[in-house]
Write a protein that binds this ligand. Sequence first.
Ligand SMILES: [Zn+2]
Length: 307
Amino acid sequence: MNDNFHDKPRMSEELQTLHYLHLRNSLSSEDIQRYDTLQKGYEGEMKLYNLVTSTDTKGYFRFDFLFSSNGTEFQIDSLAIDDQTITLFEVKYYAGDFIHDHNQWYLASNKQEIRNPLIQLQRSEFLFRHLLRDTYPNVTIKAKLVFAHEEFMLYQAPLGIPAIFPNQLNRFLSSISSPKKYISKRVSNIANHLASLHMSKSAYAKKVTYTYETVKKGIPCTSKCRSFLEKYAQTLLHCPTCGITLKNDDALFAIIKEFYFLFPERNITTGAIHEWSNYTLSKRKILHFLNKHLKSVKKGRFTHYYF
Ligand SMILES: [Zn+2]
């Protein structure tokens, strides 16, 4: 696995699938709930990512790991590695008021108990320690929760809780900032070792079910308004709901990538993309785009394209 893979948070395969289907207005209400949860997690990670990449940091930040230790799978949102210490960050994107009471966490609005995020953090820390026990026995491992949503509030937070709250994010940033850009050999060795232990697929990953027939065809608006674009001018499309415009080529590139992701078993042909776009763009334009940007192979009467 390439180490660069962890330089930024990435959507999981499940989230990417749900995201595409959501833009096409093709999700069940259950799937929408799942999408919201995963999307919030991703947004929180992106928030931390944007924060730490806005400054030069002492540590070397890596994102999105899935490990197996002691026969148990666990996920780590982000890690900061320096010569002596690895800090795990579990990012939460909770919004609103929460209460901490006798080691239990509640939503303030309805007193409903939520899963205690500290227990999850301790579990990850324990499993991570176990994972590095033989290769890096002397490295210090720390773990912190990061509450990245600016509207999060925890009442009765115990003193010394290993967490960074929204109003502490700037101080956290200054505590990790450093003019030093050099990454030591030891740090990059640790990062490479962790990248080699990363598993690309979880045994528990949920498969989103959908079929070509049931997914709505068209060119979805990119501003998440869940409308489909219409022809506007010779080279442009526009959204009848929010008004944004998009170049034909950009729209085609996006829907071909999406088609390939959602239906890898289907061939990319002029006809297939014409139908996928719900005939919004002419076959001639699609053919021109495919010839220009993709590789092609002739199969009988048809030309198939691939990236
Ligand atoms: Zn729109």
